[in-house]
Design a protein around this ligand. Structure first.
Ligand code: FAD
Length: 682
């Protein structure tokens, strides 16, 4: 309650600078339901686009809350954060503001698959997101719980097709600072007064984005206890919302689960028995707008690594019958499994446990790898089987959550429900797991909700252009059978979809075509693009024979003949040649580009491969009308295609290559194999 009071205080200065805003209006261009990672990006993106937007969430205090791990990014996920940032989203800058331990994962591999990651200070992250939303023009935040979607049937001859017209609020579960219909920002003359709205009164909008996370018919599990809830301390989403989705709109809904570990009192941990994991000496910001992070290099906190023991396995086995969550059918996250699943699937193994800081001033540690749902007293017994945790004290026990998700094959690539005009879904409700996946979908759903409200056509991102495109294409094309998380291996064009060039790939389009990027960011990206282009031309303009290069740069190993002429860009592809070496050999034309040295090196290394892929894409485009034989035996075609794609092709039997490319689940790599096969045999 005290923090809420402080927030209100902060809100007032904002409101006074935002004269003329109608805080009690009953119609908005876009309504976003849920203030989690998807909802905050969706609301901010729709407002950036120019749509008058209302964000409704159960508790304003939890806007920007990290439900589980205090970290952002990682392999595949870091790429998503960079792309959200390139489209002017929030999470990258929030990560730079809240990070307390930055590291690039996967450094032993090529830079295309490096994974920028940071441990976060929970409070700083939440504060950043909340203050960003507060300073976003055209965005109003309302504390409330949406109980019903209002829909109409536009055409009686199209049963099952609907159009969303708004929402109806329900009764908020009464918790310490939940008050029905409290508007935020609060008008200055109502400071300290609770604004209340008649819950049954509708709020109208032609675009609604649902981002209810783990809250839709959410149930919490700990030991043998089950209770309704979306997250510990938070009520589940109103039942009416599930009813609208399932019964009124007839959407197919599935059930998934996830869990979180106990939080441990740092002082009770013997860190001398764990292995110290230092952060990178120089933190790498997530955001293209930042040159440094809020946390100084020397202020960063370490993480620690320890391992499970046979005692851990024993406690898990002894407690299985007391653990409701693991006996449920709903699928859990395969790549972030509970300790129960790990131990039962891989008996006798030693499992890693990372002890991670929860923030700069927090007295807690987050034991990554120890998500568990057994009774609290057994959680404590389990922890104490690990030497570094032999005197551990638990502040809050681990628990599990089970929730409804909407099968995402019912969505279009703009994340709109196919059968309901104006209704968009994003985040965990679509069967994904993770903040980054939620943020990426939220941004794109917000863009399209805004565009729809402003009578602009929806837009899609292709999987050749971005990881966001890969994520959405996978969801709407293939659906999910378990919580979906991003990996670099999911992106066929990963040598092009790199974290270093997300601004060049997305920012200009975000400004020129989509409308979600501000002028400031656009100007920065254009200046970088022009600078890089100039630098690449300058590199190509310095050409020497390999013998002369060797003389100039010292003893570098070049595979080319002595007489072969190589330009600077060719040379930069060699592992032991850096831009700095070339610039010192040709200072007059290269030294002015020092600021781009790392990006130039990466560009040079991947350029030949990206050019090959781009030629292949061009081939696909030019062969769109190529006929596919009607009697083709797709199931046994001797080319590399997944079984899933073979079955789709066999069932649909597309007439042309172009028709095949548009099939859900069809990947560019699959199309290339098909094209080569037909040309070879036809
Ligand atoms: P959320 O962040 O869940 O936000 C949903 C928001 O919607 C909330 O603010 C809620 O109050 C609001 N809301 C819901 N219904 C209504 C309504 N009717 N009206 C108004 N507001 C509403 N991710 C991982 O990657 N790895 C993990 O191990 C992991 N473990 C998790 C464990 C637990 C216990 C929980 C709760 C989550 C876990 N997550 C994990 C998931 C991670 O928190 C989510 O992926 C991410 O937060 C999803 O973002 P979102 O925006 O879709 O939903």
């Amino acid at each position: 309650a005290q923090k809420l009071h402080l927030l209100r205080h902060n809100v007032l200065s904002f409101v006074s600078s935002r004269t003329g805003s109608d805080l009690t209006r009953r119609q908005y261009d876009v309504i976003v339901v849920g203030g989690g990672h998807a909802g905050t990006e969706a609301a901010a993106a729709a407002a950036r686009l120019g749509a008058e937007t209302l964000l409704i969430t159960q508790k304003i205090m939890t806007i920007g809350a990290l439900s589980c791990n205090p970290s952002l990014g990682g392999v595949g996920k870091g790429q998503l954060v960079r792309e959200v940032d390139a489209l002017d989203g929030l999470c990258g800058r929030a990560g730079d503001s809240a990070g307390v331990h930055f590291s690039i994962l996967n450094r032993s591999k090529g830079p295309a698959v490096w994974g920028p990651r940071a441990q976060l200070d929970r409070e700083r992250y939440r504060q950043f997101i909340q203050s960003e939303l507060l300073s976003t023009p055209r965005l109003t935040v309302l504390e409330g719980s949406v109980d019903e979607l209002l829909v109409s049937q536009p055409n009686p001859e199209e049963p099952g097709h609907h159009r969303v017209t708004g929402i109806r609020l329900g009764n908020l579960p009464q918790t310490s600072h939940n008050k029905l219909g409290e508007f935020w920002p609060i008008p200055p003359d109502r400071a300290g007064v609770t604004e209340s709205v008649d819950g049954s009164h509708p709020i109208l909008s032609s675009s609604v984005v649902l981002t209810t996370g783990t809250f839709l018919s959410g149930s919490l599990f700990m030991g043998q206890t089950t209770s309704p809830g979306g997250r510990m301390g938070d009520a589940q989403s109103c039942a009416g919302l599930s009813y609208t989705l399932k019964e009124t709109l007839g959407l197919r809904v599935g059930r998934l689960r996830t869990g979180t570990p106990p939080r441990i009192v740092k002082e009770s941990v013997d860190l001398s028995l764990a292995q110290l994991q230092a952060p990178d000496k120089q933190p790498t910001p997530f955001s293209f707008l930042n040159t440094h992070t809020r946390c100084k290099p020397e202020e960063q906190l370490p993480c620690y690594l320890t391992h499970t023991t046979p005692g851990v396995e024993r406690v898990v086995r002894e407690s299985v019958h007391l653990n409701c969550h693991i006996q449920q059918d709903a699928k859990g996250p395969r790549y972030c499994p509970s300790i129960e699943s790990r131990v039962l699937r891989f008996p006798g193994r030693r499992h890693q446990v990372w002890l991670e800081p929860e923030g700069l001033t927090s007295d807690l540690l987050y034991p990554q790898g120890l998500s568990m749902t057994m009774p609290p007293e057994l959680q404590l017994r389990l922890l104490r089987e690990i030497p570094a945790l032999h005197r551990a004290e638990i502040r809050t026990p681990g628990y599990g959550v089970q929730y409804d998700f909407v099968c995402p094959t019912q969505l279009t690539p703009s994340l709109q429900v196919k059968s309901t005009q104006g209704l968009f879904l994003a985040g965990q409700i679509n069967g994904t797991t993770g903040y980054e996946e939620a943020a990426a979908q939220g941004l794109w759903a917000g863009v399209n909700a805004g565009r729809t409200a402003l009578s602009l056509p929806p837009m899609a991102l292709s999987r050749t252009q971005s990881y966001i495109g890969v994520l959405i294409d996978d969801l709407v094309g293939r659906g999910v059978t378990e919580p979906y998380r991003m990996f670099t291996s999911r992106a066929e064009f990963r040598t092009y979809l790199r974290p270093d060039n997300a601004d060049l790939r997305l920012t200009p389009r975000g400004f020129e075509e989509v409308g979600c990027v501000t002028l400031r960011r656009y100007k920065k990206a254009v200046s970088v693009r022009d600078g890089l282009q100039e630098a690449l031309m300058a590199l190509q303009s310095v050409a020497l024979s390999s013998t002369r290069w060797r003389e100039k740069l010292g003893n570098i190993s070049l595979s080319e003949n002595k007489s072969t002429t190589l330009n600077g860009l060719d040379l930069l592809q060699y592992k032991d040649v850096s831009f700095e070496m070339l610039a010192s050999a040709f200072p007059e034309c290269l030294s002015q580009y020092f600021e781009y040295s790392q990006r130039l090196k990466i560009e040079a290394v991947y350029r030949p491969h990206c050019e090959k892929q781009s030629r292949e894409m061009e081939r696909i485009r030019s062969e769109e009308s190529l006929s596919l034989p009607s009697d083709m035996d797709y199931l046994s075609l001797p080319v590399s295609l997944s079984q899933e794609v073979r079955e789709i092709l066999d069932r649909v039997r597309p007439n042309t290559l172009g028709a095949a490319t548009r099939l859900p689940g069809m990947t560019p790599a699959g199309i290339i194999h098909l094209l080569n096969y037909v040309l070879r045999t036809g």
